[in-house]
Design a protein around this ligand. Structure first.
Ligand SMILES: C[S@@+](CC[C@H](N)C(=O)[O-])C[C@H]1O[C@@H](n2cnc3c(N)ncnc32)[C@H](O)[C@@H]1O
Length: 276
């Protein structure tokens, strides 16, 4: 991630720290961060994610091409960590019945404005992914394009919650930064090709204010951890998609760049389902 300078100013970010951080502090930091950064994030990435489009990752993998969710027409779909909700709006245009959930009120304000602006209005819910405010078996499909999962202290709880709200047989597909990226500095250039830390070091990355309170948090899980999280929640893992950097795609998105993307994966997309 490349946190924006103005969110840092608003939150009083004073430095970087590496320490354990629990679910409550993580959620508090993420809400404050995404509230403060929402305008800048969308200024920078609207061209990448669109208003009515489902883009899985900086490799520009579109759901319209990848079809990782299977048939969506007529399906009830939960999007977890929807941001401004372009994916949910795209799903609505495909005949799905999406519900777009996010922790950040500022992100959801953008989602509401974009719904009005595009004429594709989807239901929006403000909540954290570790406690989904839905009844059991409410959805046929759940999805997340870099929403919530990399930012929570207890991703296994997110897996359990999504499994609970899916109907038996329902599919859960989520994209996160590829675990191997953790070893490298968040630098899209040549410096980002040199290993800087252990893949096995799960100590979270934090930005902190003068009092040491977290203003931004990212959690690391190895590939094995992610698979164990899925399986421990009672889900079945069907596939792990590692999108390759497409020929001719020159767009730099934070730490994701053509230089690095041609050498190693930047995104992992886990395709899972709740057993029937
Ligand atoms: C990188 S954005 C991705 C969203 C969307 N796919 C996009 O490209 O705009 C991450 C989103 O996850 C949300 N988020 C972070 N932690 C969350 C949590 N614990 N529960 C729900 N949403 C969360 C943030 O508010 C933010 O909108």
């Amino acid at each position: 991630m490349s946190p924006g300078a103005s969110a840092e100013a608003v939150l009083g970010t004073a430095g970087i720290a590496r320490r354990d951080v629990g679910p409550a502090e993580s959620e508090r930091a993420s809400r404050a961060w995404w509230d403060a950064d929402a305008d800048d994030y969308l200024d920078e990435h609207l061209a990448d994610i669109g208003q009515v489009d489902f883009v899985w990752s900086p490799e520009a993998l579109h759901e319209a091409d990848a079809r990782l969710l299977g048939e969506v027409e007529g399906r009830r779909v939960l999007e977890v960590g929807c941001g401004s909700a372009p994916c949910s709006r795209w799903l609505a245009t495909q005949g799905a019945h999406p519900v777009a959930l996010d922790l950040s009120a500022s992100m959801l304000r953008h989602a509401r404005a974009a719904g009005t602006g595009t004429g594709v209005v989807v239901p929006l819910v403000q909540a954290g992914a570790e406690h989904l405010p839905f009844a059991d078996a409410s959805f046929d499909i759940a999805c997340s394009a870099y929403g919530a999962v990399p930012f929570v202290a207890d991703p296994r709880q997110v897996m359990r919650e999504v499994c609970r709200v899916l109907r038996p047989g329902g599919r859960w597909v989520f994209a996160v930064n590829h675990p191997m990226r953790w070893m490298f500095p968040d630098d899209p250039g040549p410096d980002g090709l040199v290993v800087g830390q252990s893949y096995f070091d799960r100590t979270p990355y934090l930005e902190v204010d003068d009092d040491g309170a977290a203003t931004y948090v990212e959690h690391h899980r190895t590939m094995g951890d992610r698979i164990r999280d899925v399986v421990a929640a009672g889900l079945v893992l069907d596939d792990v998609v590692e999108p390759e950097w497409p020929e001719g795609h020159e767009r730099v998105w934070g730490q994701w760049s053509p230089l690095r993307g041609r050498l190693f994966p930047g995104t992992a997309i886990f395709v899972t389902h709740r057993p029937a």
